[in-house]
Structures are given as C-alpha cells and as structure tokens.
Design a protein around this ligand. Structure first.
Ligand SMILES: [Mn+2]
Length: 412
C-alpha cells in the first residue's frame, strides 16, 4: 500500500475547517522545544493536522466569509545557531510535507493574527492542562494577551471540536498503528526468547528497547510495565527492578511508538516456559473473557456495554476460580476498565461512554490480579472497529496457552 501522506493531513485540516462556523478561528501551538536531556515530543493535536515533529510552530485554521484559512508559523533559521542546533525545517519542506501553502515565520505571528481577529468572533486554542502552581505555557500566555486586546472575542479550548475527527482513524493512522504493533511484537518476541529466571525485570525492558531501536523506533509510547509474580498485581508498576523467580509469570504491558502512534499490548508468560496448573486456570479465564469481549466489538455497541459484560463474565470466572461468591467483590481482583481509545495518545481522545463507530481503535484488556497467589494476568490487544465487526490489529501476537508454551520452550 502506498499512501500519499500529504493528502491525509490536508484532508484532516479540511474536515476541521468544514466543521467550523463562519467567523471561527483555530490556533494550535506545537509543543515547546525540549529542555535538558529530554527528547522532544510533539503535541498530538498539532501532529494530527501537520505530521510535523517541529517545536514552537503554530498552526492557524479558520473560516471567514466562506473562505478557508490554512497557515502555519515556524521558527526561522539563524545562521550562527545552525552549528549548535542543526538546521530547522525550511518553509518549502513544510509545504511539501503538509500541503500548507502559506508558511510564515513565528516573529510575524502576533502581527498577522491580529489582522485576522477583527473579523472573528470565536477562537479555539489548545490551552493544555497547566496546574495553578505551574508557569503558563505559550498558548495560555497568548490567551492573556488576546483577552486584553480583543475583549469581545470568545476563546475556547480546541479539543472538543477535534475529538470527533481524531476518534475515527484514517488509513494512514491505521498504517502507523499497525507498524508500531509490529515493532512491539519484535520486542516481545525477543523477551520471550531470552528471558530467564534470575534476571531482573529491567533486563527484559532493555531487550524490548534494543529490539525497538533496531527497528528504527526510538521511543516507547509509555513507560513499559514489566512485572513478575505479585508485582503484576500493582497495576501501574513501573519500577521493573525485581528479580524474576522460577515458575513466575511475567506481565508485559508495552508499546513502541511509530510516527507518534503508540501500540498498547499486554501479554503474560511463564518465565520458564510452562504454566503451573493454577496459572493456566486463571490465564484461560482471562483469555476467554478477552475473546468474548472482542467478539462483541462492532459499531453501535458502547464502552459501557463492554464494561458491564466484562464484569458479568469476571464474576462467573472468579466463582469458578474459588475467589469470590458475590458480584460486588469482582473489584478485588479486577479493578480497571476493559479498555480505552488508542491513537496519537495512548489513552486517546474519546470518552468512557463512547458508542463505537467504524474507524475507532480501542484496546481490550481484561485482567485478574491475585496478589496472595503472586499471579497477575492481563491480555491486551488493539482492535479496529470495522463496518460489520472488528479487526484485531495485534492478532499475530500469540496468546493461546499452547502457542505460548511451544514458542517459549523452543527457546529454552
Ligand atoms: Mn491499555
């Protein structure tokens, strides 16, 4: 499949502009340059419309008298700085990559935007979330200035008008997600081949990172959870510094990020290649629930329905496992929800009560966590909602007990 990237970004901006009323302007600030040893990570909304991992830029879109505005402001190259910081992107490249014809420099932004503002009634801006005790970011500082100079202007956070677009993934996004899932699988495979009892969890993290980097992927989409035995019962365990013991299960909740799209995959495996009877019993229950919930994923069903069904299935499973006798106790061993939207953000835009539509991507990730028995199991796949039902984008990553054991034992 060959995709012309530019057209996708043009289409996304066009969709947003079409959704605006006349007299509405949208300003999206890219993230600020990374400081210290941090690597730059782009603002998801800015990336969605431009595909640019360029810091400090500002995208301007709007509709006035039926005419569209589609402009971008970028930093100018300063010749003396090039030897220190490297070259910044040039306007011609911005145009080639985004399809935006009007590329201006950031120092002209305020002058330029003020010339538009007399005609506009409402401005949407990505304000971000900044704590009361934190310094203001660039967009909030800009809002301050706007309010003083154009007091009649209505200013709103932009996310609510972008959410409907970002929830539905286009072909380019599915392609990026598929690629990040493939890279994640390479990492998981390497862990399954090389993990041994006696290693620290972070050695497995290193295998994952090395394999990802070999595939050209520099970043995790999120801090990986690599949790052996009872650590897996701590849902957000990220210390990854415990020694893995023989007969333990290891829970991996990991995702490589490719073109700013992160996979989100969980697999749980026995480090020595063989499940104990009890581990097998619990694992099979989680797997059955996961498969049943996946089979329900299709347009029209809501996340609320999926959560309710999961709870019902969990109750039956936990009774069979001898864990509980009352439904209210499900929460003792399964305390999160079944999944979330996935995209440019690992917990992507989209609400907990979304009704699924074709083109959405969600995770399906039931788990049972029994701290007393040092068993924590989660199985998570990334699922695309299709016109009729769904497609599991991560379906090539083994999860059946016999597949897993035979893979692991081949390498032990
Ligand atoms: Mn997840």
């Amino acid at each position: 499949m060959s995709l012309n990237h530019v057209e996708f970004f043009m289409k996304r901006r066009e969709n947003l502009i079409n959704s605006l009323n006349d007299g509405e302007l949208v300003l999206i600030f890219a993230n600020e340059e990374a400081t210290g040893a941090n690597r730059f990570l782009q603002n998801s909304n800015f990336y969605y419309f431009t595909g640019l991992n360029t810091p400090e830029a500002i995208l301007l879109m709007g509709k006035i008298n039926g005419k569209s505005l589609d402009e971008i402001f970028i930093q100018r190259n300063i010749p003396e700085r090039i030897v220190w910081d490297g070259e910044k992107i040039y306007p011609i490249h911005v145009t080639l990559l985004t399809g935006i014809n009007l590329v201006l420099f950031i120092e002209d932004f305020e002058k330029n935007v003020v010339s538009h503002l007399t005609q506009f009634k409402k401005v949407y801006i990505n304000c971000g979330v900044v704590g009361l005790n934190q310094p203001l970011n660039k967009s909030l500082l800009f809002i301050d200035k706007l309010k003083q100079r154009v007091p009649h202007l209505e200013i709103q956070e932009v996310s609510p008008i972008i959410r409907p677009l970002r929830q539905i993934k286009d072909e380019l996004e599915i392609e990026a997600l598929t690629q990040s899932i493939k890279i994640t699988w390479e990492g998981i495979k390497s862990i399954w081949q090389n993990a041994r009892a006696g290693m620290k969890e972070y050695e497995l993290e290193a295998m994952l990172h090395y394999e990802m980097q070999k595939q050209g992927c520099r970043n995790f989409g999120f801090v990986p959870i690599i949790a052996a035995g009872e650590n897996a019962a701590t849902l957000h365990y990220i210390d990854n510094n415990t020694t893995i013991e023989d007969n333990q299960l290891v829970l991996l909740d990991v995702g490589a990020s490719h073109e700013n799209y992160s996979a989100d995959i969980s697999r749980t495996f026995p480090v020595n290649g063989k499940f104990t009877d009890r581990q097998k019993e619990v694992y099979q229950e989680v797997l059955n629930i996961q498969k049943e919930i996946i089979s329900m994923v299709k347009p029209g069903i809501s996340m609320v329905d999926l959560n309710a069904k999961t709870r019902e299935l969990m109750f039956a499973a936990m009774m069979r496992l001898g864990l509980i006798t009352e439904e209210k106790d499900v929460i003792k061993y399964y305390m999160h929800s079944i999944g979330h939207h996935l995209g440019l953000d690992v917990h992507d835009v989209g609400t907990r009560d979304s009704i699924l539509e074709e083109g959405m991507v969600i995770t399906v990730e039931p788990g049972i966590y029994i701290a007393d028995e040092a068993i924590g199991i989660r199985i998570e796949d990334d699922v695309l909602v299709t016109a009729e039902s769904n497609r599991v984008l991560s379906d090539f990553i083994p999860k059946e007990i016999d597949e897993l054991e035979s893979f692991l034992q081949k390498h032990r």
